[in-house]
Design a protein around this ligand. Structure first.
Ligand code: PLP
Length: 437
């Protein structure tokens, strides 16, 4: 595999950016080696600066549910650019995207567009505090909600504890406004709520936790969250930056049929452009300025080019059977890999939901909380990632990250990818390539 161009670009980038990147995971520190610099993407493929092609399962960390360079999205972007890139004033395009979303998602009645998932979550937390007049937030260990100060916290020791900041630069006072509890642990949440019920504004969860492995929760557990928060006047926030428009048009709320109080979106909603959003009932949303007293604003919020991209992409997602087809192709791919691992007695299992999958190196049937992940298993991911790059498959460069299947990943491509992954697993675990397609 050629790496000269990527290596030269990375050396140059290190002079400009901390660690040579504009977002940490891109630096390849978890898998080692030089990050690939990409030149081009088309469908389910990407090309690096050395001209090599890869089947892409990162899909820009989720936004590209139609794959790269989808004709309808590209045309919508080009048309919008021709009319002006930003006005800082309302445009018809904001109405069009909002209408499309609200008419097809019965879990929210109003929406506000922002420019990233982080901004959506930050604003949702402020809204929850504004509505309830309470200061504290409960989050779950193993859920990521962007780099919002109050949520960049990890658990201390104990069942439910005030957060310890997981980044320098976050004052203790800010971390102390967040209580961290383990996922899938009813007792921990009950304890936190009984201790602080009247001070808790919100419980925030990724209903499909997909930032620390894929820690699928049961529907019963999510219903428990809905019930306990409702009983105590606490707002339930579903952070659907990944799951929104991914496991169905109405995201995890629709998948589990649970109505949270506030939902945050990002990634897919912008068609590959920088967009985030948060939505809720009319009653809750009227607290936002200028209607209410919760301030939130943005120079580029509702940007017309981004709105056009989002609308084009979401229109495709609304085609009949779009999500069923995504899930079926993903299940076939995942099922084949799991059967291979069993046959070869490799401690490897792919967990999946809809078109999200996660490669886990485990014999466990289910993994529902972050402490069930063996950190040592990441060594296997590191080895697999390296072999897969050599064989033309690009996964996000961390074993804790999930992969995504787009509509451009056809059955044929997924079958090709499965064969390459089986061969790579056989190489990493020293098995014979018998049964490898
Ligand atoms: N929330 C979740 C669940 C995410 O996965 C992410 C990013 O991966 C964010 C929030 C932050 O979004 P962004 O990176 O657009 O700021």
């Amino acid at each position: 595999m050629q790496r000269q161009q990527s290596e030269a670009l990375f050396e140059e980038a290190k002079r400009y950016f901390p660690g040579g990147v504009n977002s940490p995971v891109r630096a390849f520190r978890s898998v080692g080696g030089t990050p690939l610099f990409f030149e081009k993407g088309d469908g389910c493929h990407v090309w690096d600066a050395d001209g090599q092609r890869y089947i892409d399962f990162c899909c820009s960390w989720g936004p590209l549910i139609l794959g790269h360079n989808h004709a309808k999205v590209r045309e919508a972007i080009v048309d919008a650019v021709g009319l002006g890139t930003s006005f800082g004033a309302p445009t018809r395009k904001e109405n069009e995207l909002a209408k499309l979303i609200l008419e097809n998602n019965r879990y929210i009645e109003m929406i506000r567009f922002v420019s990233s998932g982080t901004e959506a979550v930050m604003s949702a937390i402020r809204l929850a505090r504004g509505v309830t007049g309470r200061p504290l937030v409960i989050k779950f260990e193993g859920c990521y909600h962007g780099h919002v100060d109050a949520l960049l916290v990890k658990a201390g020791s104990g069942l439910s504890t005030f957060g310890i900041s997981s980044s320098a630069g976050i004052p203790e006072a800010v971390a102390n406004d967040t209580i961290v509890v383990p996922l899938n642990d009813r007792r921990a949440l009950e304890v936190a709520i009984s201790d602080y019920a009247h001070d808790i504004a919100a419980v925030i969860i990724e209903p499909i936790p997909a930032n620390n492995g894929l820690l699928l929760q049961t529907k019963e557990y999510l219903e428990f969250l809905r019930d306990i928060t409702r009983r105590h006047g606490i707002l339930l926030i579903f952070d659907e930056v990944i799951s929104g428009f991914r496991v169905g048009f109405s995201g995890a709320a629709g998948y589990y049929d649970i109505r949270p109080d506030i939902i945050t979106y990002g990634k897919i909603i912008g068609g590959g452009m920088p967009v985030g959003a948060y939505g809720a009932s009319r009653d809750i949303m009227r607290h936002i300025a200028p209607e209410g007293d919760v301030y939130q604003a943005g120079t580029l919020s509702g940007n017309p080019v981004a709105m056009a991209a989002g609308r084009a992409q979401l229109t495709e997602c609304l085609q009949p059977d779009f999500y069923q087809d995504q899930a079926q192709r993903t299940e076939a791919f995942v099922g084949r890999l799991n059967r291979f691992a069993v046959a070869q007695q490799i401690p490897f299992k792919v967990f999946s939901i809809g078109s999200i999958f996660w490669f886990a190196f485990t014999a466990k049937e289910a993994i529902r909380s972050s402490d069930e992940i063996d950190p040592k298993s990441m060594e296997h991911f590191r080895a697999l990632h390296k072999v897969l790059l050599e064989r033309g498959i690009y996964l996000g460069p961390s074993g804790y990250e999930v992969g995504f299947v787009s509509s451009a990943h056809t059955e044929a491509v997924l079958s090709e990818a499965a064969g390459l992954i089986e061969a790579a697993l056989a190489a990493v675990f020293n098995r014979s390539a018998e049964g490898v397609a």
